[in-house]
Design a protein around this ligand. Structure first.
Ligand SMILES: *Cc1c(COP(=O)(O)O)cnc(C)c1O
Length: 579
């Protein structure tokens, strides 16, 4: 039987996972990431390498990276685009394949970077590159800019990532048993697997249902955003023009809604295992896609990447094996409070040295310091803390002085986001010297580590339920920095009130008016600061350090990528996943 042959071919797989992601952030100076999604991908691959799991990753070269952020004299974001020295950092591979875009041949070549785990195991990251002489000028730039250009540019990039990625893997001799799509950007890989399946069957009349079942066994999918606009869709005509006969009619009909081709639906239909990135996010995703079974695997961060040197020295002394097995961080109760406090003060000094050096501003390590850093965009509500400036000043004047450190980029096309940054910078002039505020330029992984380890409290104020997971709070928790956050995303699971940090408002709210929600949340935020957090910090420092230590023992021990990839192995990558 033809089909049995096909099945045989498909089941003789090496025990290998292919991990596809549009962005991967694994080193601060390699700007192939824009934010949370990319850093998560990098952290995940580092844990795979540490644990010796056989994984190969595929992404785009992103030759010009994401942009460098400069703030001009009016507090307005300016973007600077520069290439990164990828020829020096990556190894050129001797492979080229063709993909078809708008009927043209586009040649794709590849570069490799090997991540080395704690025990010396390697995970290769394959970077796809279309900047080749033979290519049409338009196509040469397809792997230049991460999230640059328009919808057509994005579609073409996704063709290169999905279809080009599979073809390159084949050229390099890879034959993985699972393909993981980290977000829907990579879902075109299904088209290439579908084509392979078709060409492998001696009998062409394999039913679509059967093909679907076979492909589902090969694919798993992680969805990352509860924001409807975050799911890629392309007008049907654009898909037909760009992909032509590469797009099977059956699939086109299956995943088109209201004339738009939906990448998330493509991935959902052809994956045996689909997951959201936090328990709360699972609920939200199920409501968005009720016809699919959606699991959850809550995100984590890579522990040795996200613990500052100061805190790592304390862990090395008291927690056996934490670098190999971060679940051991549960033993943080053995760390003497004074040692944790003193290591934290050093990390705080390191951050303040950086602030002095880059901003020329002198911050005082004896003053309670709050950090906030995320992409400047509406739903993250960076300005919530300033809703009632008089109240904020009152706390700083009468309860205990407050300093604030902000950072974050706005997407180049997001003027609203740029105005949020400008507003915060203007406020820093207005509020000084009652509340000192500094905005650090060019938020990246290095700045992030300095901030999450150097402040006393990590603030996160997203609009519910739009924070899929959030990971910067997990980085903070790894450094003993508790969060004050809206119970959304990971914080629904991580928050034990007054023990691991503090919540703002309730998880479930019945109010629908955005303005009223902001008002309620801001009031609760000020109440918590005024009545609980600031007094605890100044009047009972050891009780504050106890919360810091709880944050490590209870939350860092759990919200790490080692725990997370283990869950992917038994869930998403299980051998006999059936829908
Ligand atoms: C961790 C990180 C993020 C993601 O943080 P969230 O809390 O998920 O918003 C974004 N950008 C950089 C540079 C990071 O290091």
């Amino acid at each position: 039987m033809a089909l049995r042959n096909t099945r045989q071919l498909l089941t003789v797989k090496k025990n290998q996972i292919a991990y596809f992601s549009m962005e991967i952030g694994f080193r601060s100076d390699i700007p192939t990431y824009s934010g949370g999604l990319g850093v998560l991908a990098g952290d995940t691959l580092k844990s795979f390498a540490d644990l010796g799991i056989d994984v190969v990753a595929v992404t785009l070269l992103n030759e010009k990276g994401y942009f460098k952020q400069n703030i001009d004299e009016w507090g307005y974001q300016r973007e600077e685009y520069t290439s990164w020295p990828f020829e020096k950092e990556l190894e050129k591979l001797d492979v080229t394949i063709n993909v078809f875009i708008e009927g043209r041949i586009v040649k794709v070549s590849a570069w490799r970077y090997n991540l080395v785990g704690v025990k010396g195991k390697k995970v290769s990251i394959i970077f796809l590159d279309t900047n080749l002489e033979d290519n049409h000028d338009d196509d040469r730039g397809l792997t230049s800019h991460l999230y640059g250009g328009d919808n057509l540019y994005r579609l073409r990039q996704e063709i290169v990532l999905g279809i080009g990625g599979i073809k390159i893997l084949r050229e390099l001799g890879y034959n993985p048993r699972k393909y993981h799509m980290n977000e829907g950007h990579a879902a075109f890989l299904i088209l290439e697997l579908y084509r392979e399946l078709h060409s492998l069957s001696d009998e062409k009349g394999v039913y679509e249902d059967e093909k679907k079942r076979i492909l589902q066994e090969l694919c798993s999918f992680t969805t990352h955003t509860p924001v409807a606009a975050g799911h890629d869709v392309f007008p049907n005509e654009m898909i037909e023009k760009q992909l032509g006969s590469v797009m099977p009619k059956y699939i086109l009909d299956l995943v088109t809604r209201d004339g738009k081709f939906n990448m998330t639906l493509l991935a959902l239909n052809y994956s045996s295992y689909v997951n959201a990135v936090a328990r709360k996010h699972q609920e939200v995703s199920k409501r968005m896609f009720p016809e699919f079974h959606i699991h959850y695997i809550t995100n984590g961060v890579h522990s040795t990447t996200w613990v500052s040197d100061r805190i790592a020295a304390v862990f090395d002394k008291h927690i056996i094996d934490w670098r190999v097995n971060p679940l051991e961080l549960r033993n943080s109760y053995k760390i003497p409070l004074e040692e944790l406090q003193s290591a934290h003060q050093k990390a705080k000094q390191d951050l303040f040295d950086y602030i002095k050096e880059t901003q020329g501003v002198e911050f005082d390590t004896n003053i309670f310091t709050i950090g906030f850093a995320r992409r400047a965009t509406g739903y993250k509500r960076a300005e919530l803390l300033f809703r009632n400036i008089d109240w904020l000043k009152h706390i700083s004047r009468t309860v205990g002085k407050i300093q604030l450190v902000f950072a974050g980029k706005a997407h180049p096309h997001d003027d609203n986001g740029k105005h949020i940054i400008q507003h915060i910078i203007n406020l820093s002039k207005e509020l000084s010297p009652t509340v000192d505020i500094v905005f650090l330029e060019n938020y990246n992984m290095d700045v992030s580590l300095k901030m999450v380890s150097g402040v006393d409290l990590w603030l996160n104020t997203p609009k519910r339920p739009l924070e899929a997971s959030g990971t910067s709070g997990m980085k903070a928790t790894h450094n003993g920095v508790p969060s004050l956050s809206i119970p959304d995303g990971w914080w629904v699971e991580g928050l034990i009130e007054g023990v691991t940090g503090w919540g703002i408002g309730q998880e479930i709210i019945t109010e629908h008016d955005d303005n009223k929600i902001d008002e309620m949340d801001a009031n609760d935020l000020y109440e918590k600061l005024e009545k609980q957090i600031v007094p605890l910090y100044y009047n009972d420092p050891m009780a504050y350090v106890t919360v810091m230590r709880n944050a490590i023992a209870i939350n860092a021990a759990y919200f790490n990528t080692h725990r997370m990839v283990n869950q992917y192995l038994v869930g998403a990558y299980a051998r006999n996943n059936k829908v």
